[in-house]
Design a protein. Sequence first.
Length: 209
Amino acid sequence: MMFLQIARTKLAQSLMALIAAAGLGGAASTAEARDFQVVSITVDPSTGQFDAKLEVGGGQPPYQMTSAREIANGIFTKIDLKVALTNETRELIEKMLDQGFTSEPSGCTPGAYGPLDMEDGLRYFFEIGLSVGEKVNATIYPGNRSTHWTNDVFCEYDAEAGADKSIFRLTGFYYVIHRELPDDTIDVQLRPVTLSNDEVETYLATPAQ
């Protein structure tokens, strides 16, 4: 099963493949390793920096994504998300339990480095945009660390950024769901998935030296 073939196509064909991928996201059988699109996203709200890349393999350079909507509906993804936060922007990322009534900041702030909360029903949410004027919300359920041991949420220190910033870093394996909101806004949800033995060997095994 293939979701994308960006490395061998022109940009227009790449976008068509991404759109087509949205219809191929059904769960595979337990005996079949699913294809996970490997995506890295770096966001710095204080500077306006947005950088997102999709690995395409075959020795080709990553595909530079121009929209958060390109994380297509109905696919599996391995994601590495970094959001730089300052004391002024630390409340941009919120968290909330499904059965809760109020939200609160993620807890990632300069000087407060370490693991962040992970548990069933807990979601992190924030606005994200890779192009001017884009309206995209991200809602991410990381799962709990026992069941979804390949996932992690961490408030990380970045030596280059220094003590004035912290990095909200979320990594792991997810299934993507899109939902429409008013004013042409889209909510991109990431739901945690557990890996089969074959998938662990494919995506986590350390290459032989």
